[in-house]
Every structure is written in C-alpha cells, then in structure tokens.
Design a protein around this ligand. Structure first.
Ligand SMILES: *Cc1c(COP(=O)(O)O)cnc(C)c1O
Length: 379
C-alpha cells in the first residue's frame, strides 16, 4: 500500500451533523457557524480577536492592506520575510505594493533573528514570520527585535494550529496572526482560515474589508425605523474574503480533535527522530524550539542527495514532499537571488516525510528503514 505525504482525517459523522444543522436552518453563509467557530478559536488560543476567512492567503493579503493604510506605509517601504515559505506569504507583500526583503533561515528553518537584524533599514516596517511545519523557531527573539526597532509583526501561522510554547499559544505578541485550515493543513476543513488582530479596531475593519467594505451596522444604527434594513453603507473598497458556515461547521468539529491529533503527530515525529539517531551524520533533523509543543504539521529532514532519496522512496511507494523551494529562485523574486545562502541550501536538500494521523508505528518504521538504506549506500 502506498504511503502518502498528507492524508487529512475527518470526524465524518460529527462534520455531517454540524453541516446538517446549517442546511436545515437554511444558513450556509457568513454568520451562524462562522461566529461559533470564531468564539471557539478565541477560547482555544487565548487570542483576543478572530475573524473567519475563506483562506489564509486572504488573511495575509488583507493584513498588509490594512496595515499599509492605517500606518501610512509607502510603496517603497520594506517587509522582512523568509524565502522558505509558500508563495502566498510573500505575494501578500507584493500585492500591497510593498517591498519583500528576504532574510535567511537558521537551523529551525524559520527566520534567523541575526540575519533579520542585519537586514533592517530605515524603510523596514514589519517582519513576516512563518512557523515552519508548526515549529516556532526563534519566534521570541523576533518579537524582541520588533520591540527594539519598533516594527510590526505578522505571524503566518498556517502550520501552527495548536502549537504551544511553555504551554501557551504564541501570537499575543504579534500584531496579527493568520491561520490556515486548507485541505491538507493540520486542522483541515476544505479551504478556510482565521485572522487574529491584536488591535480591536483592526478586527472591526477586517470584518468590513473582507465583505467588500460593506458596513451594515452604521446604517442600521442611523435608521432606527427598521424600514431600511436592506440599505447599507460602503466604507472601503473591500474584497470578498470572509468564510462561510459550512467550512466553519467542519472547523468546529476538527478543533475538538486538534490537541489529540497534534500529540499523535508529535509521537510520529519522535519515532522518526529516534529512528534516524543512528545516522545523524547523514540525516539532519530540524532544530525544534525548547519547551514547545509544535503542531508537527511537517516532519522535515535534510540530506545530501535529496532528489535521489525522493526517487528511491517513490519506488517504494512512499511519497515525500518539499517545503519549500527558496522563493528567490522564482522569477517573481529573483531580484533577491543569492541573498539567503542557507535557505538556498535547504531548498535543495530538505524533504518532508509522510506525516498524518493514519500512519501506524510500522508504517513509520518502514519509511525510516527505506531512508536509512538509501543514505547508507547512495550518498
Ligand atoms: C498553506 C499556506 C498558506 C496559505 O494558506 P491557504 O489557506 O491555502 O490560503 C500560507 N502560508 C503558508 C506557510 C502555508 O503553508
């Protein structure tokens, strides 16, 4: 039987029950379950605000849009970001007409605080930080840099649903945290996300901006007769980015499993780590933040002959992945090529091994044995 990289697991009956409620009520859109999920998410994370979206990409786009407008950033202002991420992180910077300045990653595969500090200029306004695979990396040092240089912090937490440091959800320190509940993330729905602003004011704005700038409340307040409830004002040129009740229904059910799911992911990661301890010179592991419980959305290894290993695993019907290609190798970002040597190296040598809840102990042992066999004879 083939072993896939990601296999999302759903509580099918639980999801159907929640979705049935939406269908019977005749309410599948914004409101109802989206509000319930936002409340559950705030309770789960301890974050003050949460607005449910159709994706994390939307969240990143709207976050830069709001910050640029509210903080009066100009087109040549700079955002320091990582080259080792899914392109939606960096596209969000360019879509807002800001400049993406790449800093290198360290052994955590997250941004290196040292290189970030080197890249700060008079034009730097914010840092976009990605918790790779759910690993917080040196997040707290990045938070300190933001304080020291008065920068905003955007946390792309697409892999971080359920990640904790010292028992707490990281994110209160950030100006905004954006989560993804895309189909193969560690809290899968089908497509959705959550945006959590530190400032209440921005939470109010994002609710309008993700629904085309429509402000129903203002009008309702100024027209108390009730006759004109269908009328609304439009305060912004907005987007259609908000989430719907069907996705939220799935999210509500999946959230109940999240801690249990992540702890099994950490179990799998421990099996892998133990399995590779005898070949630590050939299979390098990612440095994980001390005192953290990472979501373990990914289990990544770094090897000499990554492409060879990938091919050998495929021949054994084990399907691995790559997270990610150094973004400065893409045409859109090649202006920064050569600025992040470590990310460039990782991009050619990193491999994500299968990581999902349907893997058994023996599946993991089989994968380990195939990797070890390859690296022992094919370096
Ligand atoms: C998946 C992902 C996104 C985008 O999430 P969507 O919900 O699919 O829009 C953003 N950043 C990172 C690091 C991701 O892995």
């Amino acid at each position: 039987m083939a072993i896939q990289l990601f296999v999302p697991t759903f509580d099918v009956e639980g999801c159907l029950e929640e979705i049935r409620e939406c269908l019977e009520k005749g309410w599948t859109g914004l409101g109802f379950k989206t509000v319930q999920f936002e409340n559950s998410w705030k309770e789960y994370t301890g974050l003050k605000n949460a607005h449910f979206l159709n994706s994390a990409t939307s969240g990143l786009n709207i976050a830069f849009d709001i910050f640029k407008e509210k903080y009066n950033w100009s087109d040549d202002d700079e955002i320091i970001t990582t080259p080792l991420t899914f392109v939606s992180s960096n596209h969000a910077i360019l879509l807002a007409n800001l400049r993406a300045i790449f800093a290198d990653v360290d052994d955590t595969l997250c941004l290196s605080p040292k290189d970030v500090e080197n890249k700060i200029t008079d034009k730097t306004k914010a840092i976009l930080y990605v918790g790779m695979g759910g690993n917080p990396g040196n997040y707290h040092q990045i938070v300190e840099l933001c304080h020291k240089y008065n920068l905003k912090l955007i946390l792309d937490a697409a892999h971080m649903a359920g990640t904790r440091i010292d028992g707490e959800t990281p994110g209160r320190e950030a100006d905004v945290v954006v989560y993804s509940f895309q189909a193969v993330k560690n809290l899968p729905t089908a497509d959705s996300g959550m945006i959590c602003f530190k400032e209440d004011e921005f939470d109010e704005i994002v609710r309008k901006k993700t629904w085309l700038g429509i402000n129903k409340d203002t009008y309702a307040r100024t027209n108390s007769s009730g006759n004109y409830k269908w009328k609304y004002d439009v305060e912004y040129v907005g987007q259609k980015y908000h989430g719907n009740s069907i996705m939220a229904a799935i999210g509500l059910v999946q959230l109940k499993q999240l801690d249990k799911d992540n702890s099994y992911r950490r179990q799998i990661a421990e099996w892998y780590s133990r399995g590779f301890s005898s070949v630590s010179d050939k299979v390098r592991l990612v440095e994980i933040t001390k005192n953290s419980e990472p979501s373990r959305h990914l289990f990544q290894i770094i090897v000499d002959n990554r492409d060879g290993l990938m091919k050998a695993l495929n021949e054994s019907e084990i399907y691995a992945g790559v997270h990610y290609t150094d973004n400065t190798q893409y045409r859109m970002y090649e202006y920064a090529k050569g600025t992040c040597p470590n990310a460039e190296y990782i991009s050619d040598h990193v491999l994500s091994l299968p990581m999902h809840l349907q893997l058994s102990y023996s599946d993991v042992q089989y994968i380990i044995s195939q990797v070890i066999e390859f690296v022992s004879y094919n370096d």
